[in-house]
Structures are given as structure tokens and as C-alpha cells.
Design a binder for this molecule. Sequence first.
Ligand SMILES: [Ca+2]
Length: 124
Amino acid sequence: MRRRFACAVLTAAVGALALAMPANADFHAWKDATFMGTHWSWSGPLDQMFYVGGDENDEITSFKNVRSHSVYFTKNYPLHVWDVNILCESSGAETTSLNNYRWQDGSNVNDTISGLQLTSGNPC
Ligand SMILES: [Ca+2]
């Protein structure tokens, strides 16, 4: 009985969290650690890779995915078919420093993101 109640509470909490993060919310990133420095945000396009922009390229250090859907990061843009350096961050994911992240090639993610894809689903 207690387990069933806990499960119901957890389900309600997850549901409330999903409602709190609308699909069309912006993805947020900052130039410096701990969400400091220049702030950037993107709301689209959806489901296609795009260049982060000249000022943002190779500068992102912290981020918050407040969307209800996943976001892909790529080290390079455009992404070539042989390029394995892609990360998927789920809804609610955030970090105070991308120095804690590594690409598939082993290199540090900090100050190296060039492409983003805001998905309309939850692939990761
Ligand atoms: Ca930076």
C-alpha cells in the first residue's frame, strides 16, 4: 500500500515537472561556468541541426535544458556522417561546467559546441 502511494506521488511529481517545462521553452546556455557571463537561448528550429552562431561558436560553458524534450550538441557544424562527436541531453539536464563532459573522441566539451538540435521528442 505504501509503495503504491509512493509510486503515485512520484508519477504526479514527474507529471508536474513535465508540465513545468513546455516543449517550446528556450534552451539556455552561458559563456562562463555557473550560468554566468553572456547568456544565449534558442527556441528553434525544431528537429534539425543548426549552427549556434558566430558569437556562441566554441564558447558555451554551462547550460540548462528547461525544455520538455531532448537537445543534441555537436562538436562540429555541419555534422559530417563520419563525425561521432554528438551528445544528447534530456529534458531537465543542466551543468554548471562543461569541463565535466567529454565528446566520443575523448576531448573536453567546454568551449567546443558548434551545433545544436532542439528535438520534439525524448531520444536520450
Ligand atoms: Ca566558455
